[in-house]
Design a protein. Sequence first.
Length: 373
Amino acid sequence: TIMLKPLLILATIVCSSVLLYSTLVADEDTAAQRQTIYTSTHVSFTLSDQWLRFFDSFEFAVPVIIIDNDLLGSILVGGKWDNSSRIVVAVEERYRNATITHSKRELEVVYYSKTRPDRDYWLFKRDNDTRTMLPFDLSSSSLVFWPTDVHTFLNDWNFSRFMECEVQLKRNDTGTRSIPLSFLSEMAKLRDFIKERKARLTLAGGSLLGWYRECSIIPHTTDIDFFIRAEEYSPAIKADLDDKKSPYKLFRIYGTPTDSYELSLNVKKAKAVNIDLFFLYTNKNESFVGGLAWYTRKKYKWSYPRITELCTADLLGHLFYVPCNTGDVLDMEYGDWRKDSASANFVWYKSHSNVKENGQFSKEEMKTMRAFG
């Protein structure tokens, strides 16, 4: 017991000081093709007196949020930082014409606006760089603010580049929809549920096509498709979805976390809408998701161009993640995706242009799965 206490203290210090990095892919990508994941479990930190004095030297005239990734990373790991460099700060749009600082020190200012009745995210704009993020908690000292959970902030900022949709297929609005647009609020709740478990819910399949082509949900689509990158897998995702107290009914579990994993669920209070949650695997040549024909035990594979970056998107006022190379993904999956195809004519294991058989699960492996909840 005497020896254990110092060891625990030492472990705590190490965990709070070291910033671990992992990348989306194992092979050598250029820095521009990579997005870094900060995997520390540290939640919050407090600025030291030294850093507070440094920020006080700027004589800020309006509230600012420190969003400089290099600076925040340096503070966390206790690394060196060139204090003569410009600091990137975020300032609310309402202060666009105000004096930001009375100091002669140079700042790089990003203007942002918070959630509004028509959107559930914060919007950051700097020249041609637009980013969106879900709201995050702030800590402060006087007019200086910083993300309370800086690790999560750094993660989210790396995946925050905003992509616009473009209506390329106009429809007559008859009001007839298989999935009501009001269901988007439930999709956003699932997004938050998954994000609490350190993963990103990314639009996939027909849901991705609907956003990219129509800035909406395809009226005749009968389910919602998402994927989660396999490297973000956590046992808590399946366990918490399947918990009796969960707002979700997990009725299908196909594959394994390392092979063709797929979870199908619905919202208990909205059982008419099924949600398919695929896990996305990436190797040196491609990204892909898997599927299963239950009675034959056949596996199927849907291949995509390598998806190494995620961006953010607005789907009718709600933030979701999308592949940054969405156009290429849809080209491979649907071919001429600009033309509409009736959902009634769609066959899941052969209608996609990127699907092929991919082996078979054994009877023993099938025992770990679930076909009907």
